[in-house]
Design a protein around this ligand. Structure first.
Ligand code: MG
Length: 659
């Protein structure tokens, strides 16, 4: 269903969005081979590849591979292949003559709909052939890995049938070439943790907003009717929704190769329409999955589990504790794009502003069906020489521009790992009282902005009113009203700087619940006595439960009250509870059962060792309120887990090493 909505949205965007002039580079790229307009449903282009000779004395011994499934049917054929077929067939049946082109499109859409057979995302025979051919090319290109090395190969697939069938095609071909390979195949939900980490909701929302804000580039669709119908005016009457019809034709054309139709079916559409559809599709993927300026900082971390897995698998072989010849993973386009972006590979992984990406990110070149990354490992005859690697993106030798190669496309494995260790900062950003610049602290608007900005967390302050309602505000007094000794009605009479009324916790959590990616950091303020603090805790937990937010991944607690911290630690095992005062060592706090500290940065300047000591005890370390560049750098270098800041944008620039 998600996919259906996506392409209907794209169909609408056809008339509403898009920007600026067409990029000459992209026009040339598409005209060179029109099927590239299919972007990620373009079938794999098998091109001649050559290998830069490895440094003297080096020989390949291991391959780490991530492969996207091969050519498949598209989604929601009823809304695309069938829609096009039915419109043309009905017109024809009613005596509205089709042109020869119209007849062709009718045949092709009917053929694809029949082959599709109601199975969304089904691997086609071409998809299997792609994987067999890729396996064969890998085998013949690096025979030393398979013939002379170990015979052990481990292949793991996403649980999606098209990936499993791709894995089977690939591994069956290797076995056909080398029957004594010891092939181990597996699939299962647990592998999703690294095989297929998708973009999150925050990223999707940011992408949609960015795309919607691009100015429109209109298309004259009248030529479509002339192309398909002898009488265009008559033909047009059969089309209820022009955007959907044009998208339907685009969908038929973009998936035709998967069904072994080699013809360019994009010719039924005006080039401007093809250009727009293609741009919408690939730009959305680039912004969602790659290291874009818009979203890269939030996107890259999602691929860390996959990168860590590849490193761990390879290191076992490099260190001699495993003698596997290859690790093969079969998955999808989004983790493939995220992986190449994380690794910093030229082309796919380029960090681009949105309009630069629209102009020059070579979409179908980067991510066709059966897109693949092969990391080839080389060992020298001399034991003391370092292990080298080279990267093949879709079988082409690909550089990591940020790294110095030893020679040609060959890099030291240790250099590559050291570089990847810097790609995602350890430290996360917590917006202090929300992302409130140009807004109001502790307002729902500032929480919303923190969510939209992709902050790891957003902090807010909580007091209990005299009539036992939890409200969100920093100061204990608002106007002349003392919150903790006044009823809600009097507190509610006050407004924040942006005009919002002071929120109850329940109201605030309604917005918090809308975004699963931003942790809600509740600061429970100290109250007159332990009894009031206990009520505050219970009321907070009630509100969290009522809003279905009791999940340690979504909630963290902080407080200056040691009593509150101790009680929360008891009542909420598994949740992060961080003590704020800074007057106790990590060991003392830990001994009292509290699993975190969140101290003013001056304490960590005095006791820098507290960060590692706390972490060694399994505690999390947060620090407040860090707004100056030098302090942010210092806290980052100490390795704190979170920085709480009034300036999330500056903090992000520093954490990612851009400032
Ligand atoms: Mg606070």
């Amino acid at each position: 269903m998600k996919r259906i909505l996506l392409f209907l949205a794209l169909a609408l965007a056809f008339t509403a969005a898009n920007a600026q002039q067409q990029s000459p580079q992209m026009v040339q790229f598409l005209k060179e081979f029109p099927q590239r307009a299919a972007f990620n449903t373009h079938s794999y282009e098998f091109i001649d590849v050559a290998d830069t000779p490895a440094p003297r004395g080096y020989r390949a011994f291991y391959i780490s591979h991530y492969g996207r499934h091969g050519s498949r049917s598209d989604w929601a054929g009823n809304y695309t292949y069938k829609l096009v077929r039915d419109i043309l067939a009905q017109a024809k049946a009613d005596g509205v003559a089709l042109t020869p082109a119209g007849d062709s499109l009718l045949r092709e859409s009917a053929y694809i709909f029949e082959k599709y057979d109601g199975m969304d995302g089904r691997l086609t025979p071409r998809g299997v052939r792609e994987h067999r051919q890729l396996a064969s090319r890998m085998y013949h290109r690096f025979p030393e890995v398979f013939k002379h090395g170990s015979k052990q190969i481990r292949a793991v697939s996403s649980t999606t049938p098209r990936c499993i069938v791709s894995m089977n095609g690939f591994t069956a071909q290797l076995l056909a070439l080398q029957p004594d390979l010891d092939m181990d195949l597996d699939t299962g939900e647990k592998f999703y943790a690294y095989i297929a980490q998708s973009e999150n909701g925050t990223i999707r929302a940011r992408t949609q907003k960015a795309l919607a804000e691009r100015p429109s580039r209109p298309v004259d669709a009248s030529s479509v009717y002339k192309t398909l119908f002898q009488d265009p005016e008559q033909g047009k009457k059969y089309v209820k929704n022009e955007g959907s019809f044009l998208y339907g034709i685009y969908a038929v054309a973009k998936v035709a190769e998967a069904f072994d139709i080699e013809d360019n079916l994009f010719r039924y559409l005006p080039f401007d329409a093809v250009y727009n559809f293609h741009e919408q599709q690939f730009l959305s993927a680039y912004l969602n999955e790659c290291n874009s300026e818009l979203n890269g900082d939030i996107r890259l971390p999602l691929n860390k589990p996959l990168v860590d897995t590849l490193i761990a698998q390879a290191d076992r072989v490099v260190n001699g504790s495993s003698d596997r010849a290859a690790d093969l993973i079969f998955g999808h386009d989004w983790p493939f794009l995220g992986l190449c972006s994380f690794l910093g590979l030229e082309g796919v992984g380029d960090r681009l502003a949105t309009e630069d990406a629209a102009a020059r990110w070579m979409a179908s070149w980067n991510c066709p069906f059966a897109a693949n990354l092969q990391i080839i490992f080389y060992r020298s005859r001399k034991e003391e020489d370092p292990v080298l690697v080279k990267f093949l993106v879709n079988e082409r030798e690909t550089a990591i521009p940020a790294l110095e190669p030893v020679q040609g496309p060959y890099y030291k494995w240790e250099d590559a790992k050291a570089y990847w260790a810097t790609r995602v900062p350890h430290t996360q950003i917590v917006a202090h009282r929300g992302h409130w610049k140009d807004n109001a602290q502790n307002s729902i608007a500032s929480l919303t902005k923190a969510q939209e900005f992709g902050c790891w967390g957003s902090e807010f302050d909580l007091h209990l009113t005299a009539d036992d309602v939890v409200v969100v505000n920093h100061d204990a007094i608002i106007g002349k009203t003392k919150i903790q000794t006044s009823p809600l009605k009097e507190v509610k009479a006050h407004s924040l700087k942006n005009g919002e009324k002071v929120s109850t916790l329940d109201e605030y959590l309604k917005q918090g619940a809308k975004n699963k990616d931003c942790v809600l950091v509740l600061e429970l303020k100290p109250h007159a006595n332990a009894q009031r603090e206990d009520i505050l805790i219970d009321k907070c937990l009630e509100a969290l439960k009522a809003n279905k937010l009791m999940d340690p991944k979504r909630i963290a607690f902080i407080s200056f009250s040691y009593h509150i911290c101790k009680e929360l630690a008891k009542k909420c095992p598994g949740y992060a509870v961080q003590y704020l005062e800074g007057d106790k060592s990590p060991a003392q706090v830990h001994a009292d059962g509290i699993n975190g500290i969140d101290y003013h940065y001056s304490y960590f300047k005095k006791h820098p060792e507290w960060v590692k000591k706390a972490q060694a005890l399994g505690m999390t370390v947060n620090v407040w309120t860090v707004d100056k560049e030098e302090d942010i750098r210092l806290m980052r270098d100490l390795g704190v887990d979170q920085i709480t800041t009034n300036d999330p944008a500056l903090t992000r620039e520093i954490l990612f090493g851009r400032k």
